[in-house]
Write a protein that binds this ligand. Structure first.
Ligand SMILES: Cc1ncc(COP(=O)(O)O)c(C=O)c1O
Length: 388
């Protein structure tokens, strides 16, 4: 605890000045949207300047998309050819599932009950194509034990889809454990890392996942409109998306309308014109995260979330997020009698949080300090009546 507290002071002191919003507000809502940095603001200005100065610098803009691809690949230990640049996590996962082959009796998609609607709904959309979806339930303590996956994954399972950190309660799945189970039974594994990327070090090879999707809106400090889909090299050419677009073609500028020849790389999961402004912003956000260091971010945020949990305990509130540091992400969920009223009450005091599913969500990042946590706890004490 002492070590985390000292890091909790050092990291924000180094970077807080890069995020102007922190001069006005206590911002602990990175699970919804990362705070705007000077770098991302400058990136948007650069986009407008480039457009104004050059008119239509598409070659440069396509090159920017390649930089975004390579930057994300670097952050998750992938090769750039294994990464698709998409406009949302939904887009990448839709393309993937549209092309995934379900051979023989393998008609089952296993999804955890922690999934974001994106993954749950896209999985259920496959029922129209004769697939079955099986949900893995959570235990009473906001975790999903491996045994639950063990019961659900079998020889008829084609794909197991899990979320790295649950957006509702901050619970962190045993990704390696689930990947091992999936592979043992011949299934593939998709990981939704949206609530983890930028806050938890990710190495797709070490985790053993086949596919991983994430976007730049949250802990990667970018803005809406940019996301990525990683697909393990050996699998890319086995998947032929039917949800597609011209930027997925093997030769985009051949403009061929007579056949479908997807790129031999993960670019085959892309659609149309890339989201250029979001790419400028996303590169700036990801580079900032890289500069701060994800391992340091994780350690720092872990210190802050430990302080938060301790403080909520002292208020006799109920922390929903698992207490084991290995089983929780950067988000702490606190049960509320009226979470919307609580978010509004905190907002009125200049503290930005969010809510889901009966819980207040407090989600610190590298730029938050121990003082921010103290401010949140003091406000929660004042609104104790709204804690369950
Ligand atoms: C875990 C998770 N997955 C997916 C999404 C949504 O992604 P997109 O809107 O890019 O499809 C979110 C956004 O909040 C999320 O938290």
């Amino acid at each position: 605890m002492a070590a985390s507290t000292s890091s909790a002071q050092e990291l924000p002191a180094r970077i807080r000045h890069r995020f102007p919003i922190l001069e006005r507000l206590v911002y602990v809502n990175s699970c919804s949207q990362g705070a705007l940095s000077d770098a991302v603001q400058a990136a948007y200005a650069a986009y407008l300047r480039d457009w104004d100065e050059h008119g239509a610098p598409w070659e440069y803009w396509v090159e920017r998309a390649e930089t975004a691809r390579a930057t994300f690949a670097g952050l998750v230990g992938a090769d750039p050819d294994e990464v698709a640049v998409t406009t949302s996590l939904s887009a990448g996962v839709s393309a993937l599932l549209s092309g995934l082959r379900f051979e023989g009796d393998r008609t089952k998609i296993v999804v955890s009950d922690f999934e974001f609607p994106t993954v749950g709904q896209i999985a259920h959309a496959q029922e129209q194509r004769g697939r079955r979806v099986v949900h893995v339930p959570e235990a009473g303590d906001a975790t999903i034990p491996l045994e639950h996956f063990d019961e659900a994954i079998d020889e008829e399972t084609a794909l197991v889809a899990v979320t790295h950190v649950c957006y509702r309660n901050g619970s962190r799945i045993d990704v390696e454990g689930v990947a091992e189970l999936a592979h043992e039974r011949g299934a593939l594994m998709l990981l939704d890392s949206y609530q983890a990327a930028g806050a938890i070090p990710i190495d797709v090879k070490a985790l053993g996942v086949d596919f991983l999707a994430a976007g730049t809106v949250k802990y990667l400090l970018g803005s809406a409109g940019l996301a990525f889909l990683y697909c393990r090299r050996e699998l890319v050419e086995r998947i032929r998306p039917t949800s597609t677009g011209w930027f997925a073609d093997e030769d985009i500028f051949q403009m061929d309308i007579h056949d479908y020849s997807p790129s031999p790389t993960a670019r085959r999961f892309e659609f149309g014109t890339p989201p250029v402004p979001s790419i400028y912003a996303g590169i700036a956000g990801m580079e900032l995260v890289e500069e701060i260091g994800i391992a340091d971010i994780e350690e720092h945020v872990r210190g802050l979330t430990a302080l938060l949990i301790e403080g909520v305990d002292e208020l006799d509130g109920r922390v929903v997020t698992p207490r084991d540091p290995e089983r929780r992400g950067p988000l702490v969920a606190v049960a509320s009698t009226d979470e919307h009223a609580l978010v509004a009450a905190l907002d009125a005091e200049g503290i930005v949080t969010s809510s889901r599913d009966g819980n207040l969500r407090i989600s610190p990042h590298a730029y938050n300090s121990a003082e921010d946590v103290e401010a949140v706890l003091a406000a929660l004490a004042r609104h104790r009546d709204l804690l369950a």
